[in-house]
Design a protein around this ligand. Structure first.
Ligand SMILES: [Zn+2]
Length: 143
């Protein structure tokens, strides 16, 4: 095994299922939420209500839920390791221009869930809001 690097992000299958269930329930609107974790490992999914005026094409977490999720993370000794949302009409999801503009957590992995013939697909990205660009980020679905 090569030594762990900062890009070795791990997310347990059960958390992926939670995000997929959230994405399915929210469709045709986008879902959104946070991932709390330790180091490069996601530990908890925090689903948030999408209050964007046009939730089919955008996401904006309900501010009070965002605050509450971050409070819970601190209480559990977790840090914000990921941000997720869905693109219900894409089978190969990638960050939109708005997603890049609103990526306020440069340390976080940005997960986007798409749908391919009913099955969910998961992609991860690093987004630099300051530089206005993004790149795919490697991750492992592993307990
Ligand atoms: Zn998006």
């Amino acid at each position: 095994m090569p030594p762990a690097t900062p890009t070795d992000f791990k997310i347990p299958p059960i958390l992926v299922e939670e995000m997929f269930a959230h994405a399915r329930a929210a469709s045709p609107e986008e879902c959104c939420g946070l991932l709390g974790g330790e180091g490069n490992r996601a530990v908890t999914v925090y689903p948030l209500r999408n209050v964007a005026p046009h939730a089919e094409v955008a996401y904006e977490a309900a501010p009070e839920e965002l605050f509450e999720a971050q409070r819970s993370m601190r209480a559990r000794g977790e840090t914000l390791v990921g941000v997720y949302h869905s693109h219900p009409r894409s089978n190969d999801p990638a960050p939109s221009r708005t997603d890049v503009r609103l990526a306020f957590y440069p340390e976080a992995f940005y997960f986007i869930i798409g749908f391919d013939e009913g099955a969910c697909v998961l992609r991860a990205f690093r987004i630099s809001e300051r530089e206005g660009r993004w790149e795919p980020a490697p991750f492992e679905i592993k307990g």
